[in-house]
Design a protein around this ligand. Structure first.
Ligand code: AMP
Length: 221
């Protein structure tokens, strides 16, 4: 099962990726997570990547392809790419390495994506993701407001830990990443028409996953 999930930032692709990997026992390959891990560890690669990531620009293709080449052999042809390929050149280089059985595209209106991203807070390791605009998530959070109702800090109730906003979840960063998605990533979706599964990303995460599951279960693996 060789899969990829593509969606604009804020489409919930990270959440869906988690569900798919558990349900179908495939290894997640998130280039964003791999890059953030390099940044946290302060590696040479991380230092180069950080400047691009801060502003929402794409990290150079050769770095991404190197990460993929290193990771793939341990995945035994059961994997899900999350956030890769991000442009046509990456898709072309991937075609020289391996094929994909299905590409899941999560479709979401731009305004909804912006609203989701601007309210996104994560645990320090980036694993638990909350949205302060979600009523369900707010039950799990303590939100500190400042003057004019501005959010000054967000804490996870269960651990008491302060949650963080991603460095690139600033209005400018969000704008730029959505622009890159439209210009560079959308053409990739078109190039996978023959293996494409398109789902609506607007409903609740469990409902989005039900759509994906229906499509993947219909296939004979
Ligand atoms: P993500 O977590 O997928 O939103 O990725 C966060 C950031 O990492 C992006 O805004 C890019 O700067 C970088 N990045 C992640 N995946 C790729 C990729 N396939 N190609 C280039 N840059 C990437």
């Amino acid at each position: 099962m060789k899969l990829a999930i593509i969606g604009s930032q804020g489409s919930g692709k990270g959440t869906q990726s988690g569900y798919i990997c558990v349900e179908y026992d495939v290894t997640p390959i998130s280039t964003g997570d791999m890059l953030r891990d390099h940044v946290r560890r302060g590696t040479g690669l991380g230092r180069v990547a950080e400047d691009y990531m801060k502003t929402g620009e794409l990290v150079p293709d050769h770095i991404i392809i190197e990460l993929i080449r290193e990771k793939l052999p341990s995945c035994d042809n059961r994997f899900l790419f999350d956030g890769f390929p991000r442009n046509v050149s990456q898709a072309e280089q991937l075609a020289g390495i391996t094929s994909l059985d299905k590409v899941i595209s999560i479709v979401l209106p731009r305004e909804v994506a912006i609203q989701r991203l601007s309210g996104r807070y994560t645990s320090e390791d980036g694993i638990r993701i909350y949205n302060i605009n979600s009523a369900t998530d707010r039950l799990k959070l303590n939100i500190e407001y400042g003057e004019g109702g501005v959010v000054v800090a967000v804490y996870e109730r269960e651990t008491g830990n302060e949650l963080l906003q991603r460095q690139d979840d600033t209005p400018k960063g969000i704008e730029r990443r959505l622009e890159i998605f439209n210009n560079a990533t959308k053409p990739v979706i078109d190039s996978y028409r023959h293996v494409l599964v398109e789902v609506d990303g607007s409903p609740k995460p469990e409902e989005v996953f039900a759509q994906i599951k229906q499509e993947l279960d219909a296939l004979k693996w």
